[in-house]
Write a protein that binds this ligand. Structure first.
Ligand code: NDP
Ligand code: PMR
Length: 414
């Protein structure tokens, strides 16, 4: 059922509805994944009112070390508390960012998570004061869940000051793709499409903020092919002509946005490229009218997070060592959290349309300088924030427009 690029939106929607009616998507695509996802959903319980007792103990991240980059002083220009939504706040970079913002003070954090019970545990572990956070369920493999999340957030009456799209999945070790109930390959929807929808649905609210509104989508060096990390290690991020995404919208059994054969690692890198391209599009389309600061960032290689859960044991053991002592790209979770917190609220990162990275690393922790002066292998520990140059593909406006339009179609905004 090939439909050309010129197919009208209505025709495309009809094709997709027909495909769903035929049960083709549901029947042909693996269902096991969905069973476990829905089981997880039963645990998650929507808006958490923080009724659990406050833990007196400050967790390791907030107490064992003093803030390195983020200190209360960098937020001193803010006139009142900022409300920040962070997706994937229950693990890795998201969790460390919550800790850093809590350290700095002056933030109410909305933890947008797939597992509310896990997030509550994290909040307890970090010793978050009860009024400084709330927990809202967000299943990024479902557009309906994104819409419900937005409705529930709006119902809280809070003025949004920053949306931080951080959650992601990396599925390098599976022979076949997993598909969401909406019919998209999992990393395409979780990492890119659902965040795209979230950004669009919260744009008007964010634009009302008088407290330095910001919208962030976390990118990565591995989606940026003008770097050693992204341009020298296959597979390389590349969206081709987006025929695969177009086919997915038409209800076809495609898993890669470029339309090629499934390769889990490439799906992730492509999704990161899409994240960074989306930020440039958001900046071009909305910055002038809304005053919102749109940013992407590469936090460094946070080699010990659960992102690598599909990798084998030896890789998870060796990867941090390799990143520390060979490439110099390693950064601890704590420091990565401070970096993202910087993009959330620091004056250092108030320019819009920028892909931020941190200079340093190889010279300070490695035996060989892969960093090529900061740009190519950028992201090691101890660095200073700088504006990183996105790849030519990332800056390709024609491709960016096409990605934007197809993403709108995919999430049902046309
Ligand atoms: P983690 O796996 O620790 O965190 C990912 C988060 O996403 C988790 O909180 C997870 O929830 C959440 N998540 C996953 N699937 C869904 C879903 N379907 N619905 C809702 N939430 C979901 O990885 P990292 O902290 O390393 O990754 C965070 C960000 O940093 C990502 O955008 C990643 O691309 C980026 N990044 C990471 C690098 C690294 O070296 N680790 C390098 C460059 C960028 P749960 O807690 O329930 O598992
Ligand atoms: Mg990569 C400066 C060199 C550099 C940097 C900054 C990264 C970042 N990596 C670099 C180099 C290399 N890596 C080299 C030379 C190799 C070959 C040995 C290599 C391999 C490698 C693997 C197998 N690297 C990886 C993997 C993964 O599975 C990770 C991945 O691609 O996830 C998508 C990964 C990463 N390297 C990075 C970063 C940041 C990652 C983590 C993933 C991410 O982008 O979020």
């Amino acid at each position: 059922m090939a439909v050309s690029m010129k197919t009208t939106t209505n025709a495309r929607v009809q094709v997709k509805q027909q495909a769903s009616r035929n049960g083709r998507i549901a029947a042909a695509r693996p269902v096991a994944k969905h069973v476990s996802l829905s089981a997880r959903r039963q645990v998650a319980s929507g808006l958490n009112t923080n009724t659990l007792a406050k833990a007196n103990v400050r967790a390791s991240i907030s107490s064992k070390r003093s803030p390195l980059v983020v200190s209360a002083s960098i937020f001193s220009k803010k006139d009142k508390d900022r409300t920040v939504i962070i997706t994937g706040a229950s693990s890795g970079l998201g969790k460390a960012t919550v800790a850093a913002l809590n350290n700095a003070g002056g933030h109410h954090i909305v933890m947008a998570v797939r597992d509310a019970a896990k997030a509550e545990q994290v909040a307890q572990e970090l010793g978050l004061p009860a009024k400084s956070y709330s927990i809202l369920e967000l299943q990024l493999d479902s557009f309906e869940s994104v819409k419900t999340f937005v409705r529930k957030f709006k119902a809280t009456g809070r003025q949004l000051d920053c949306l931080c799209c951080n959650a992601a999945v990396y599925l390098p070790n599976q022979p076949v793709p997993t598909f969401t109930p909406d019919g998209y390959e999992e990393s395409v929807q979780v990492n890119h499409l659902s965040h795209f929808l979230l950004c669009r649905l919260l744009m008007a609210d964010l634009a009302k903020s008088k407290n330095d509104p910001r919208m962030i989508i976390v990118g990565s060096i591995t989606g940026n092919t003008n770097t050693v990390g992204g341009g020298a290690v296959a597979p390389f991020a590349n969206l081709g002509d987006l025929k695969g995404l177009e086919a997915m919208i038409d209800g076809e059994q495609k898993s890669m946005m470029d339309g090629k054969e499934y390769w889990g690692a490439k799906c992730y890198k492509d999704s990161k490229l899409a994240n960074m391209m989306t930020v440039l599009q958001l900046h071009d389309r909305y910055h002038e009218d809304t005053g919102i600061t749109f940013s992407s960032m590469y936090p460094g290689c946070i080699a010990e997070t659960a992102l690598f859960r599909q990798k084998r044991g030896w890789f998870r053991w060796f990867f941090p060592i390799f990143m520390k002592f060979v490439t110099g790209g390693y950064v601890s979770q704590e420091e990565a959290g401070e970096r993202l917190a910087q993009v959330v609220s620091s004056e250092d990162c108030s320019e819009s349309g920028v892909y931020w990275a941190w200079n340093g690393g190889a010279k300070t922790v490695g035996w060989y300088d892969f960093s090529m002066g900061g740009v190519r292998g950028a992201g090691g520990a101890g660095g200073k924030v700088f504006k990183c140059n996105p790849s030519a593909e990332c800056r390709d406006k024609v491709l960016g427009d096409k990605l934007w339009e197809l993403s709108e179609e995919a999430v049902g905004m046309t």
